[in-house]
Design a binder for this molecule. Structure first.
Ligand SMILES: [Zn+2]
Length: 147
């Protein structure tokens, strides 16, 4: 079972941290705007740049998070299909597990249906010896008489 490396997990958490900082910066603009009663988008000033920095942080954070989760190739940063497959291995294996579960469920259903069919097989009793033969048999398997 492939695991996501420690470095990638760290990158993922850094990404979350960056998004958090960005979000706080972005939101703080609206609080300070309410406090000073000026429009941050028209008036410019430090609160407006905080919003931009906040947004940049959030976007960069989400990218870093994505790289951490899927790897450089898996997130599309590196154009290397082989590396991408390797990076996304933990995800495809999880998906494969789900598909296997579905297949085993289908197998179980198949077994139920088959056993039901087995019960419904019609037997034909031979008129001369009384032994049971398959429905489609032309001659009795015990005495050889025609059915
Ligand atoms: Zn018979």
């Amino acid at each position: 079972m492939a695991k996501i490396s420690k470095e990638r997990k760290t990158t993922y958490y850094i990404g979350i941290g960056m998004m958090g900082i960005g979000f706080i910066l972005f939101i703080s603009v609206f609080f300070s705007a309410a406090r000073f009663m000026n429009d941050p988008f028209v008036g410019g000033g430090p609160s407006f740049s905080n919003a931009v920095i906040g947004m940049v942080f959030m976007i960069a954070g989400s990218v870093v998070m994505n790289i951490g989760a899927k790897g450089t190739a898996g997130s599309g940063l590196l154009l290397d299909p082989d590396k991408a497959r390797e990076d996304l291995k933990p995800f495809s294996e999880a998906k494969g597990g789900m598909i296997n579960d579905v297949i085993s469920n289908i197998d179980a259903i198949d077994q139920i249906t088959n056993s039901k069919e087995a019960k419904e097989v019609i037997k034909v009793r031979c008129r001369s010896c009384g032994s049971l033969n398959d429905e489609d048999a032309r001659f009795c398997k015990t005495c050889g008489k025609e059915l």
